[in-house]
Ligand binder design. Structure first.
Ligand code: 13P
Length: 236
């Protein structure tokens, strides 16, 4: 069963998010599709959506706190208000644009795992590391597991090479399978691929050995495309 996740990043308003979620919900409700579908909207668009059991709303980020003085952040009190129990941790943009360290990322992981959240934990190397070869790439990726309990029961992993995110450059099938096979041999958790996944390539990527689904940004923001992505992977 494919796992298909949409990361809205800094896109969509409350109104367009509600319309997107209701549209996807109606589609799943009227089909026999059993794929696990996740949507990560902006926190300003959280709401108590009444969704089918295989459509889950998650947070793109939150601080490792229930509440407190952390300007600009949200904690579990804000998530509880919308019964959100799913979170993305370690996304490339948190690490490389917002400067979140591995230590902070691991602290967040520990906090949210102790609360039983479903965690989609992201890893992936920048271009200059990829260019050094597979050994260096794996070494870089291993560092992103420091402080992370990879046996955590509610864990989904997502391999998202930084150079493939938002660039239109998808990793080749060989790039994907060579990294996925090593990670899968060490950690037996579902492993998604992310990075320029689109309607035209999602089925091929999700059918690769060691790929359990996709985490999608740009190509998932139009609801018709996202539904098509779910449709194209429903039998995997
Ligand atoms: P794109 O699909 O836009 O490359 O983004 C991938 C991503 O970062 C999903 O979390």
């Amino acid at each position: 069963m494919a796992i298909i996740a949409s990361n809205f990043k800094t896109n969509h308003t409350r109104k367009s998010t509600a319309s997107f979620i209701n549209n996807v919900n109606d589609y799943l409700n009227s089909s026999a599709i059993k794929s696990e579908v996740y949507v990560f909207p902006s926190s300003t668009s959280f709401d108590s959506f009444n969704t089918v059991s295989n459509l889950t709303l998650g947070a793109q980020n939150a601080y490792a706190t229930a509440k407190g003085s952390f300007t600009g952040e949200i904690g579990t009190e804000q998530l509880d208000e919308f019964a959100i129990k799913t979170i993305l941790i370690g996304h490339s943009e948190r690490r490389h644009v917002l400067g979140e360290s591995q230590e902070e990322t691991a602290k967040k992981f520990t906090f949210y795992s102790e609360l039983g959240y479903k965690i989609i934990y992201c890893i992936g190397e920048p271009l200059e590391v990829k260019q050094q070869g597979i050994e260096q790439t794996l070494e870089y990726v291993y560092e992103q597991f420091v402080g992370i309990d990879t046996n955590y029961e509610n864990l989904i992993l997502a391999y998202e090479p930084v150079w493939a995110i938002g660039t239109g450059v998808t990793a080749s099938n060989t790039d994907i399978t060579s990294i996925h096979s090593v990670i899968k041999s060490k950690i037996s958790k579902p492993l998604l691929y992310g990075g320029s996944v689109k309607v035209a390539n999602v089925a091929e990527i999700c059918a690769l050995d060691g790929v359990d689904g996709a985490l999608i940004g740009t190509a998932s923001w139009k609801v018709e495309d996202f539904k098509q992505i779910i449709e194209n992977t429903k039998d995997l």
